[in-house]
Design a protein around this ligand. Structure first.
Ligand SMILES: CC/C=C\C/C=C\C/C=C\C/C=C\C/C=C\C/C=C\CCCCC(=O)SCCNC(=O)CCNC(=O)[C@H](O)C(C)(C)COP(=O)(O)OP(=O)(O)OC[C@H]1O[C@@H](n2cnc3c(N)ncnc32)[C@H](O)[C@@H]1OP(=O)(O)O
Ligand SMILES: Cc1cc2nc3c(=O)[nH]c(=O)nc-3n(C[C@H](O)[C@H](O)[C@H](O)COP(=O)(O)OP(=O)(O)OC[C@H]3O[C@@H](n4cnc5c(N)ncnc54)[C@H](O)[C@@H]3O)c2cc1C
Length: 664
């Protein structure tokens, strides 16, 4: 059948509709902000230098043609996605001078987002886990500049720990590394089908090396899981004899990453290939244990901390998209009128919409902020460990990194989904970026320690503290000091305007303390009639609840503390309201815990609900400017709906035009 014009021609006709300049609604929103954007951005990124670096890195990437995308990546099949990501990875590595590669907190992730986007890729595990593993587990004299090795592209590594049969429970991993003192080698072997490594990123096609977690056997004795550096492929990139390796197929997301499987058949590696910073096997097979049994899990602790910041930035970006879209969405489709006859309103004016957007925006700030200080704590703890001086802080760091990882990845994934819904149908399109963001975030709930398993680690720590407090001789980590404070019978929370930060902290601490001790009492009662592990299992839902509340209390306290450091009064006022909204929203969502035993009265609970309404209204005029305070460029955002200029509809048409279905 003949047609008047091709879909492509028709799109070109519509393209003429693209507006010059920014959408007037979004401009008006920006003009109405109560604070100076630059001051707020400096607060969010801690100083103007970091802000300036963001801009410099953006300009660098934008000026390099090798980072351009000839076809929008959403329209590529998996092979093409992997090709694209690999091409970009090479360009990224060729231009590493553009950033401080050791800054895993700001510069490296930003550079990666700008060059490649949200898809994980063949180098994700190399940078995300392989290099951190080398850093954490290799003696300094042997590191030989891992970043130079990466830059020279000589070694491309992954982290191969999870197996078909076991992921969370490291003690049951089945891959073996048996020391042969006659040849001074380890024999790496996959003894059963369930022992096959499964999931490592970049393993399927790309990596030629892996840090492999395997059960160490020496002098006929089992010594538990240890890490080994293993070459997998030769110089021509073919698997070495004794190594079977491949891709595990498509996944919910991260499909530009070749997650793989790996099977060893009595594969030999030199003795020095064991990561021996903490535990050692001497040439004669003598085993030297580490100064702390869990130091071998150190790389995971570090990466959990990195993930927290990385994931929170995804929530920030999702909030930016949804808020900007909500400011421009009103006239194309009738959503209803608030005051009849006065015409349609921006969807941002609906209180329900604000309730979907603003608590998520609030949620995106504290965890990104505090991770900076956690990162320095981590460096401090590592230094203590390296000096062999002090292992005392290790359980605290493990509990905190596990808890934050579990709570934040969950909240980020749920938040992104809520923000997607807030954009109606367009949120469902990949053009919005929400589907990719969600797939990325939800992966974080599983990898690097399944969230429930991580919460139960926090609970172990809390139960130990509770036992110490009850014994009357507590030696408490800083994050747990509140657990020893006296009980509080009633809540202090009043109206959001009059209640102080101390009131909010008092109430969160009191409720969490109660939850911890109620769980502790239940556990100890059960332990009288059950085996310890059975008792633990029998109250593990409560254990997780206590762990979650402990982490949320930590986040609330830190958000409020961070806001107090804001030097610009106008920015501080808005951020303070946002911090209170964050706290009130958590109380409202966790009403059961707060109202239990009459701690929070019904009147106080009503104040909380009312306060949420009022704070939404108070923040509404600043919401677009608050979104802008994340200082995210369009290239980083990669969302048609979240464009800075607000010209969403022509951009959607332009995006759809690239669909291969429209090419003929
Ligand atoms: C140019 C640059 C370009 C780009 C740069 C790109 C990126 C960089 C920038 C940013 C990146 C940011 C982030 C993303 C990074 C990468 C993400 C990409 C891809 C995803 C990677 C995913 C990788 C993986 O998933 S690897 C596999 C992870 N697996 C796990 O996490 C397993 C989970 N299980 C465990 O950790 C343990 O089994 C356990 C902790 C659950 C239990 O331990 P154990 O087995 O020993 O049993 P228990 O009896 O419970 O414990 C005994 C006691 O030991 C304590 N314990 C346990 N662990 C620790 C620890 N680590 N430290 C201290 N103490 C520990 C435990 O608490 C018990 O103590 P208790 O006193 O007896 O109670
Ligand atoms: C996108 C992605 C990338 C990954 N990349 C890598 C990688 O590069 N390298 C690597 O080694 N691995 C990787 N993994 C694997 C990942 O680390 C594991 O999937 C994760 O640690 C969870 O382990 P599992 O799959 O065995 O889950 P399981 O432990 O089987 O969990 C299944 C269920 O059992 C529950 N459960 C398990 N143990 C307990 C317990 N003790 N108490 C209560 N409940 C429990 C969990 O809560 C969960 O609900 C990746 C996974 C994904 C999804």
């Amino acid at each position: 059948m003949e047609r008047d014009s091709s879909p492509s021609d028709q799109f070109h006709r519509y393209k003429n509709l693209i507006q010059n300049g920014d959408n007037p609604d979004i401009t008006k929103e920006r003009q109405g902000a109560s604070f100076n954007l630059y001051n707020m951005q400096c607060f969010v990124y801690e100083n103007d230098h970091k802000l300036q670096r963001r801009q410099e890195i953006l300009e660098f990437v934008e000026s390099h043609r090798e980072f351009d995308d000839p076809v929008h990546p959403h329209f590529l099949n998996r092979d093409e996605q992997i090709d694209r990501a690999t091409r970009k990875c090479l360009a990224m590595v060729d231009n590493l001078d553009a950033i401080d590669v050791t800054d895993y907190f700001d510069e490296a992730p930003l550079y990666q987002l700008l060059t490649i986007g949200r898809e994980l890729h063949c180098l994700s595990l190399h940078y995300g886990m392989f290099l951190p593993t080398i850093q954490v587990h290799t003696e300094k004299s042997l590191i030989l500049g891992p970043f130079q090795m990466a830059a020279s592209k000589a070694i491309l590594g992954t982290f191969a720990q999870t197996e078909l049969g076991h992921g969370s429970n490291l003690s049951k991993l089945e891959t073996t590394a048996t020391y042969d003192a006659t040849t001074k080698e380890f024999v790496i072997h996959t003894p059963t089908m369930s022992a096959g490594k499964w999931w490592p990123g970049g393993l399927g096609k790309s990596a030629n090396y892996a840090a492999v977690m395997a059960q160490l056997y020496t002098s006929g004795e089992s010594k538990g899981p240890h890490l080994f550096m293993v070459q997998l492929r030769d110089n021509a990139h073919a698997p070495l004899p004794g190594v079977t390796v491949g891709d595990i197929g498509p996944k919910l997301g991260n499909n530009a990453n070749d997650n793989g499987f790996l099977i060893f058949d009595h594969y030999r590696i030199p003795r020095r290939n064991m990561f021996m910073k903490y535990s050692k096997v001497e040439a004669d097979g003598t085993y030297i244990p580490p100064p702390h049994a869990k130091l071998g899990f150190g790389a995971m602790v570090l990466v959990r901390l990195l993930m927290i910041r990385d994931q929170t930035c995804q929530l920030g970006a999702a909030a930016v998209i949804a808020i900007r879209y909500s400011a421009v969405r009103h006239s194309a489709v009738r959503q209803g009128e608030i005051n009849e006859g006065e015409g349609e309103v921006q969807i941002l004016d609906y209180r329900t919409q604000q309730y979907r957007l603003l608590p998520q925006l609030a949620r995106s700030f504290p965890s990104s902020q505090r991770m900076r200080s956690r990162n320095s704590t981590s460096k401090y703890v590592t230094k203590q460990i390296n000096n062999n001086a002090n292992m005392e802080l290790l359980p605290e760091l493990h509990a905190l990194s596990s808890g934050l990882k579990a709570v934040i990845t969950w909240e980020v994934a749920q938040g992104i989904e809520q923000l997607r819904l807030s954009c109606g149908g367009h949120g469902y399109s990949r053009a919005s970026a929400f589907p990719d963001m969600y797939a990325y975030a939800v992966g974080g709930c599983t990898y690097e320690g399944e969230n429930i398993v991580m919460l139960l680690q926090v609970a172990r720590f809390l139960m130990m503290i509770a036992k110490e407090v009850r014994s009357g001789n507590p030696k408490l980590a800083e994050i747990a000091e509140y657990i020893a404070k006296p009980d509080a019978v009633t809540a202090r929370i009043s109206s959001w305007k009059t209640c102080s930060d101390e009131d909010i902290i008092h109430d969160f601490e009191a409720v969490t303390r109660k939850l911890i001790f109620a769980t502790f009492d239940r556990l100890t009662t059960l332990e009288r009639t059950m085996k310890k592990k059975e008792a633990w299992n029998a109250c593990s839902i409560d254990l997780c609840k206590a762990a979650r509340m402990h982490v949320k209390t930590y986040l609330v306290k830190n958000f409020l503390a961070r806001v107090r450091t804001c030097e610009d009064p106008a920015s501080r006022t808005v951020m303070h309201t946002l911090a209170k909204l964050y706290a009130f929203d958590l109380i409202s969502g966790g009403g059961g815990h707060f109202m239990k035993g009459g701690f929070l009265s019904e009147k106080q609970f009503n104040e909380v609900q009312l306060g949420i309404y009022e704070m939404l209204a108070a923040i509404r005029p600043d919401s677009v400017a608050l979104a802008d305070s994340w200082a995210i460029s369009d290239l980083e955002l990669r969302s048609v709906l979240g464009r800075r200029d607000g010209n969403v509809y022509p951009a959607l048409l332009e995006w759809a035009q690239q669909s291969p279905l429209n090419q003929n």
